[in-house]
Structures are given as structure tokens and as C-alpha cells.
Ligand binder design. Structure first.
Ligand code: TYD
Length: 392
């Protein structure tokens, strides 16, 4: 499945760097052996995760609440105390670990991007700026001992050397410890036609089946699964060393759901390809049509997902005037690739006249539509790009 030439999704750029962009050919494939849906080739990790990493987890208050709740659940259900050790792989700006740190529980956050790691440190969170792999795991074990819990959310899809990560987790986790991962779900991507979940930083879209295969290779298994609606639909996996914890009913139910949806069959992905090519044509022709009618079109939210939509559909600054976002790392910059749309502070959204607004951050629909409820009252129309192109 080819998406054509793509920039690094999170590489929002300054005007003077328009000509210095990096492009790669984005192609997705499905492996019949390990049942993983993934990109065939990805740019080097350092190109994506560095001191300029644009994604700040704490820009959403819903997500703050979400990770606060995970922390509460873990502390209670896994009976953590001041002597416990919680490791987070991909700790970003400390949105999850700040809850653990506040309870004075031993912890360490690891993140490959220096800028977000520095934000976490400034909040008093013990953080290490590094790529996590077996070598890093051994160093951590030597310094702090083994972990009771390893949390790795929205990160398992980021890392090409995923076997190194899982092997490292196996090395670092106690024999009766729990690993918790949470990532966009392949089931939901297929159900919602959410092709914008696919980009270099999301090089794998995991399913229970592919995740179990991966951990199985390293002597571990998924014993419990929970689903939620974040990031367009995520699965949270609870993993332990093989035969240590009882497999819950949720795992069996989810397995049969995946079978029903055909997530392990190539034909499912061929159908998905046809559906997204149809969505691409529909979105582009809608925007051209509106522009012909002299309508002003803007966007809301510049998630990494928007880079896939804009570049795959061939949408640029001739169709969309500007995009509003609240991330300080993105404001004043331009969307990457050929789209080059200016990103403005979302505080200016209400002051700017427009007829249509594409909600690129569709996964935050509830929060954004509530905050910007005046837009509809003033006859502004929201364009929701997935699962079906919808105007509300
Ligand atoms: P998100 O969907 O969380 O991530 P990803 O980059 O992985 O696709 O990104 C949401 C974007 O929307 C992010 O750039 C912040 C922005 N945003 C706002 O501008 N206002 C808001 O109220 C919210 C919730 C997000």
C-alpha cells in the first residue's frame, strides 16, 4: 500500500527551511507470519526523535486525566509503595510519571527526545535521555535494580528495533512484574478508516495478535487487555512473563473480535486500501469545490496525523489558509512536506473568520468542539475527515 512521498510527520518547519526537508517513500505492508501491519522502510530514528520533537503529551487536559487514572489504577491494583520501581519507556514531558513521582514512588522515565526529557526533569521527574534497548535496560538494572512495572504508552509503534525494546523490557522486569503498553489499535484503524494513524513515527499499528507474537518471542505473554477511545481508539495490554499471571476473559473475547474483523488476513488490508483511496479523492474534491465557491477553509489541530492526510491527499496552502494548534512547538511553523500551511495559536481561532474548519485532531473532537462551540453558532462548519467524510 503506497502513500507516496512523505515528510517526517512531526517535523513542523520554519519558513527558511522549506527547501531543506527530508522525504521518504511511505509504504505499508502486512506480514502473514507475525501478523504485524507496518511500514516497509522508515527513516533513521534520530531524524524523528531529537531535541526538536514537536509532540507534547500535556497539551490535552483529557490525556492528563487519562494518565492520572492509569497511575491511580496501577498504584492500587499492583499494590505499589515507596519501595517500588516504575519505569516508563517514552516518558515524553512526564504526563504519566508526574503522578507516580508525586506519590514518592521510585521511578525513571526514558525518552529519546531531549527537549521533552528536559520538561519532565523540570517537573522533578527522574529522567534519562536515551533510546531504550537491551543495553540501556542492563544499565538501568545495574543502577536501580529490576522494575515492578514498566509502562510504555504510545511508543511501541515508534521504534524500529522493537525486538531490542521487548528484550530490554524482559531483562528489566521482575519475574512477577507487569508491563503495560497502550497504542492505537489496528481494529479501530480498520473500523474507522483512520489511515492518518500511519506515518513514520507510527511504523507499526499493533493488534493483540501481533503484540502477543512479539512478546511471545521473548518469553512473555499478554494476560489482560482493555480498550479506550483515546487517539482514535487504543488497546492497553497487560503483559507478564509466560505462565505467571492468569489470562483474562478480555483477551479471549478480543482475540475472537480480531478474527471476525479479519485483522490477520491480507484481503482485509486490500479492502482498506480501496476505502482510503476513495476517502482521499472525496476530501480533495470537497475542498476544491468549496474553494471554487470562495469559501475560507482553515484547520484545527496539527497532529502528526495531519501530515499523512495533507501529503497523501495532496492538500496545501492553496486550499487551507491556516491551521490552529495549542502546541508551543508548532505555533509559527508550517506543516511539513508539500502542504506548507501556517500554524497559528488556537487562541486566534475565534478571532479569525472562516467558513469551514477541518478537524485534523478528530480524536479530540469532544474537547475541541466543546471549547469552540461558538464556531457552529456563527455558522462555521466542521469537516471531520474520518471515518467517513462528514460536515457538521
Ligand atoms: P494528537 O492527536 O494528540 O497526536 P498525534 O500527533 O499523535 O496525532 O495531537 C493533537 C493536536 O491537536 C496537538 O498538536 C495539539 C492540538 N490540540 C489543540 O490545538 N487544541 C486542543 O484543545 C487539543 C486537545 C489538541
Amino acid at each position: 500500500m503506497s502513500f507516496g512521498s512523505m515528510p517526517i510527520a512531526n517535523s513542523f518547519i520554519k519558513k527558511n527551511n522549506f527547501k531543506k526537508q527530508f522525504f521518504y517513500k511511505m509504504e505499508a505492508g502486512f506480514c502473514k507470519n507475525c501478523t504485524t501491519f507496518q511500514l516497509i522502510k522508515v527513516p533513521k530514528a534520530k531524524m524523528m526523535f531529537n531535541e526538536n520533537y514537536a509532540y507534547l503529551a500535556s497539551t490535552s487536559k483529557f490525556m492528563k486525566k487519562h494518565w492520572g487514572e492509569l497511575s491511580k489504577n496501577i498504584v492500587k491494583n499492583l499494590k505499589l509503595n515507596k519501595n517500588s520501581f516504575v519505569v516508563e519507556v517514552g516518558s515524553n514531558d512526564g504526563i504519566f510519571l508526574e503522578n507516580i513521582s508525586r506519590k514518592k514512588i521510585g521511578h525513571l522515565g526514558i525518552d529519546a527526545s531531549k527537549n521533552v526529557c528536559d520538561i519532565a526533569k523540570s517537573k522533578g521527574i527522574n529522567s534519562l535521555n536515551a533510546f531504550f534497548n537491551t543495553k540501556t535496560a542492563k544499565k538501568i538494572k545495574l543502577k536501580y535494580g529490576k522494575a515492578d512495572v514498566i509502562v510504555c504508552t504510545n511508543t511501541m509503534h515508534h521504534i524500529e528495533d522493537i525486538n531490542g525494546v521487548v528484550e530490554g523490557m524482559g531483562e528489566l522486569i521482575k519475574d512477577n512484574g507487569t508491563i503495560i503498553t497502550e497504542d492505537p489499535s489496528l481494529n479501530e484503524m480498520l473500523k474507522k478508516n483512520a489511515y492518518d494513524q500511519i506515518y513514520a513515527e507510527h511504523m507499526y499499528i499493533w493488534s493483540l495478535s501481533s503484540m502477543n507474537f512479539l512478546f511471545g518471542k521473548h518469553g512473555m505473554e499478554i494476560y489482560h487487555i482493555e480498550n479506550n477511545n483515546n487517539h482514535g481508539g487504543c488497546s492497553r495490554y497487560f503483559i507478564a512473563k509466560k505462565n505467571v499471571k492468569k489470562i483474562t476473559k478480555n483477551v479471549l473475547t478480543h482475540m475472537s473480535l480480531e478474527k471476525k474483523l479479519g485483522v490477520n488476513k491480507l484481503s482485509t488490508f486490500l479492502k482498506f486500501k480501496d476505502k482510503i483511496n476513495f476517502l482521499k479523492k472525496k476530501l480533495k474534491s470537497l475542498l476544491i469545490d468549496l474553494k471554487d465557491k470562495k469559501k475560507i477553509i482553515v484547520g484545527y489541530g496539527a497532529p502528526a496525523k495531519s501530515s499523512t492526510i495533507l501529503n497523501f491527499c495532496g492538500i496545501d496552502n492553496k486550499l487551507i489558509d491556516k491551521i490552529f494548534d495549542n502546541s508551543e512547538t508548532k505555533i509559527g511553523k508550517y506543516t511539513p512536506g508539500k502542504s506548507l500551511i501556517k500554524i497559528e495559536n488556537s487562541d486566534n481561532f475565534r478571532k479569525t473568520k472562516s467558513d469551514y474548519c477541518i478537524l485534523f485532531a478528530w480524536n479530540h473532537k469532544k474537547e475541541i468542539l466543546l471549547k469552540e462551540n461558538n464556531y457552529s453558532k456563527k455558522n462555521g462548519k466542521w469537516i471531520i475527515p474520518v471515518p467517513k467524510l462528514k460536515i457538521v
